[in-house]
Write a protein that binds this ligand. Structure first.
Ligand SMILES: Cc1cc2nc3c(=O)[nH]c(=O)nc-3n(C[C@H](O)[C@H](O)[C@H](O)COP(=O)(O)OP(=O)(O)OC[C@H]3O[C@@H](n4cnc5c(N)ncnc54)[C@H](O)[C@@H]3O)c2cc1C
Length: 284
């Protein structure tokens, strides 16, 4: 298999090293692989494309040639054979003694895997719920530390960083918080399904973090934000991610109701209610 793709992104063959349950709805999967030394990222909300095997396959099926034409080759494979492609965020990376990337963590929000779930799980959620050491995946990730799949880019004059998201955005938001320098003011609203999904956040920023627990009847982020005082709106930098409809509502609130300059708002729909990632990609 040829795995080189022109910088700044390339393919990495990875294996699961271990998994750890972070809460009822979140699982951390740690990966390693022989070519991970070429993986470079500044972190924050670094997004990645994961290629996962279907049940019964020992590894993800992708075209033999993963050069520039990989997308077309992957599309031409039968639907039920070609690897499932899904977007995730780099939660953390660790270096070896030589300073090269040795392991990466990805945190998966599990949905639809609990008995009696209203919406059945998608393939990525199902895969993550059962992931075990030795499982093989393919990753399309950065070979260049500063790359366009990092969207969190506060302007230099930012007075307050505002982060809002649901459980799919918790990995990115917590990685962003860890990266903020001491003294940065941050206001954060994170929605999670269960109280057990609340994470400890290590940050040097002056961060006020509000966890909104859906099963405990917390308000939705847009309502919680609407009710809050926000200092220094003119110099706010707002980052929003999660379910597309709720992200759009939050953006309307910040731009339309609070008057935040739209250029200071970064927003990304991470998933859309009722649509698989393939359907979302096709719709876009
Ligand atoms: C840039 C980017 C970064 C992302 N980072 C992360 C991350 O770090 N961690 C993470 O967990 N997710 C992340 N996501 C979201 C993740 O890609 C989607 O949730 C994805 O749809 C999951 O794939 P699936 O195969 O489980 O479900 P799909 O097959 O895509 O969808 C099946 C059904 O489940 C619904 N669904 C999808 N996700 C959820 C959910 N979370 N809760 C409830 N219903 C859902 C869909 O609407 C659909 O009806 C990210 C997305 C993007 C675009």
């Amino acid at each position: 298999m040829t795995t080189a793709v022109a910088a700044p992104f390339r393919f990495f063959s990875l294996q699961v090293v271990r998994t750890r349950r972070l809460g009822p709805s979140l699982v951390r999967v740690t990966f390693a692989g022989p070519d991970l030394h070429a993986f470079h990222s500044l972190g924050r909300d670094q997004s990645l494309s994961l290629f996962l095997p279907h049940p019964g396959q020992s590894e993800p099926v992708v075209p033999l040639e993963l050069g520039d034409g990989w997308w077309q080759g992957w599309r031409e494979l039968p639907d039920d054979v070609r690897a499932v492609m899904r977007s995730y965020t780099l939660r953390a990376l660790r270096h070896d003694a030589l300073g090269q990337t040795a392991e990466i963590d990805i945190d998966f929000a599990l949905h639809g895997v609990e008995p009696g779930a209203a919406t059945p799980a998608g393939p990525a959620s199902r895969w993550a719920a059962r992931a075990a050491a030795g499982d093989r995946v393919l990753l399309l990730g950065p070979a260049l530390a500063d790359n366009r799949a990092i969207r969190f880019r506060p302007p230099e004059d930012t007075g307050v960083v505002v982060l809002c998201g649901d459980e799919t955005a918790v990995p990115a938001a917590t990685a962003i918080l860890e990266s903020l320098p001491a003294g940065t003011r941050a206001r954060v609203w994170l929605e999670v399904p269960h109280a057990g999904d609340i994470q400890d956040v290590r940050t040097e920023a002056d961060a006020e973090i509000t966890w909104l627990v859906r099963h405990d009847g917390s308000p939705m982020a847009v309502d919680a934000v609407r009710a809050a005082e926000l200092p220094d709106t003119e110099r706010a930098y707002v980052w929003l991610a999660g379910e597309s409809g709720r992200v759009r509502a939050l953006r309307r609130h910040f731009v339309g109701e609070r008057g935040v300059d739209r250029r200071r708002v970064t927003f990304v729909g991470y998933w859309r209610q009722g649509m698989t990632e393939e359907q979302l990609r096709a719709a876009e």
